[in-house]
Structure formats: C-alpha cells, structure tokens
Design a protein around this ligand. Sequence first.
Ligand SMILES: [Fe+2]
Ligand SMILES: [Fe+2]
Length: 329
Amino acid sequence: MSKKHLYTSTDKMSDIICDNYSLLQVMSRFDLPLGFGDCSVEEVCHTHQVDCPTFLSVLNFINRGHSRNFIPSEDISVQSLMDYLKNAHHYFLDFQLPNIRRKLLEAFDCSSDNEVTFLILKFFDVFVQEVRKHMHYEDKYVFSYVAHLLQGEKDEAYCIDKFVRHHDHMDEKLAELKNSIVKYYPANKNAYLMNAVLFDIFLCEQDLASHAKVEEYLFVPAVLRLEEEVEKHRLTQTEKQKEVPTTTTEANKQDEATDLSQREKEIITCIVKGMSNKEIAEHLYISIHTVITHRKNIARKLQIHSPTLLTVYAIVNKLVDVSEVKLSI
Ligand SMILES: [Fe+2]
Ligand SMILES: [Fe+2]
C-alpha cells in the first residue's frame, strides 16, 4: 500500500501498521491496544467501541501527508476526535516531553562546565511550559466549549473561529532547539545518547505538527458543522416558541368549544344555516330574548362576532356540514 492509499474499514489493522509504523500513535490515542490478529479496522473499532469513520479519517489524513485537500468523512464524531486529541495532550505532557528531558540529562556531558548544555536545558524547560499552557487552554476552554455544544448549548461569547485565529504551532519552537543542538552542541563522549535524544526530538516535532493539523483541518471543520447544527436547532426552537401563543389560543378555543353548552352549539348551527333570531326561537321552542342571550354568550366565549367567522368556526369544529351552510354577508 502506498502513501496515496486510502485505508478502508475492511483493511487489516496489522497490515496498516506494517505499511506505516508512525500510525501506531493514532491507534494508541484512540485507545486501541496491540494484538490485532487478522482483524479488520471495522472489527477492531467495534471491539473497542471506537468510532470507525473518525478513526479512518485521522488515519488517512496523516497517511496522506496532512493535506489541506483531504476530504474527511462527514460522519466524523466530534466527541471521538476530541477524546483522541485529549489523549494526545496526555501523551505529550506526561510521557513524551518528560522522556526527552530525561534522555537529554543522560546525554549531557556533566563532567565539563558546558554553557551550551545549560542553555539547551533551559530552552527545553521553557518550551515544555509553553506546550503545557497551550494544551491546558485547549483542554480547559476549547474542549469544554465543544462539550457544551455537543449537549446542544452554545456559549455565545466563544466560537471555534477564535481558537483558529490564535492557534500556535508548537513544533516550530521545538525546531529551534533541534537546530541549536545540531549546530552548536560540542562533541562529547555521549554521542550515541545525544543522537538518540535528537532522534526523539525530530519525532516529537513531527508529532506536534501532525497534532496541530488534525486540530485545524479535521477538528475545527467538524466543530463548525456542529455549531451550525446547534444554531439551526436554536432557531427552530425560537420559531416554535413564537408559535406557542397561537397554539395556546387554538387550544383555548378548543377548550371553549367544549365549554359551549349543547344549546349554544344548536344556536350556532341555526345561525350558520342562515336562520333569523325568530326562526331559531321557533325552531328550538325558546324565546327570542333567550336566543339573543345565547348569542351574546357564544360571542364572548369564542371572541367571534361575525356570522362569517362563526360559520368557519362551526365547520372547523364539525358542528355543521359545509352543504348546510348559508353565508350571510
Ligand atoms: Fe492540542
Ligand atoms: Fe493545539
């Protein structure tokens, strides 16, 4: 398989590792342990409850050289990708960087009074502090903002675009340290150790650059889509809330319809059939005065004073059939 190859869910996990061993980092940050046997990507993801489209997107994005033109799956799980990034922070801060520092100390020639050694170590410690600050900000602010978004809550004071605008590339600072060692570190008896730690620094630089690109080209677009979804949902909810009074009024009318007495419903039926007060009185064996009182009560309960609207009301509430209606203007 070449670097152009797009891994799929049916590829064997062990083949992928043999094809590009640097992808081992991706596996461990998705909490996928070794011992894949002959299992495919899909099978391994399923066993360890890892979101397969997200895993494949990260894998292929890195394997294809972090190209801006890479089109990730639209099914990327923001939660899964965020967990991946958090694990990467943990790896850098609690394993890789302390490991490099320990190896630097081993490699330094402490028998000589070496100012370059002191400066390199100081530079490295300042660099680690900056990486810690950078990742702490992402853990504390960016990821908690996204966690709220996933719950459907949008912090109006923040947006993922702010993160993009201020996002530093930590690998560039590590490159300076690497260049200083390569150019100025004096020859000493621990050359093998120093080359080994230098090799680790090269890998760490690449790994930090890769991490930043996953954040910018995969994570940020996925969060932008999530922000749009949350905003769309918010607008829909607002629209629904605006409709509530109408619905309530209709519900109230409905209640009032049921509040109408049987006699009032009969009167409405007579009215929409075009009968006069006198005809209604005769038809129902009541006085004209009683008919008028009923009509006043109907108008008050329904808030309808026009015979035309009363006809509409009667049809909608099935008090009368359209064929029986006689419109009076
Ligand atoms: Fe990060
Ligand atoms: Fe970052």
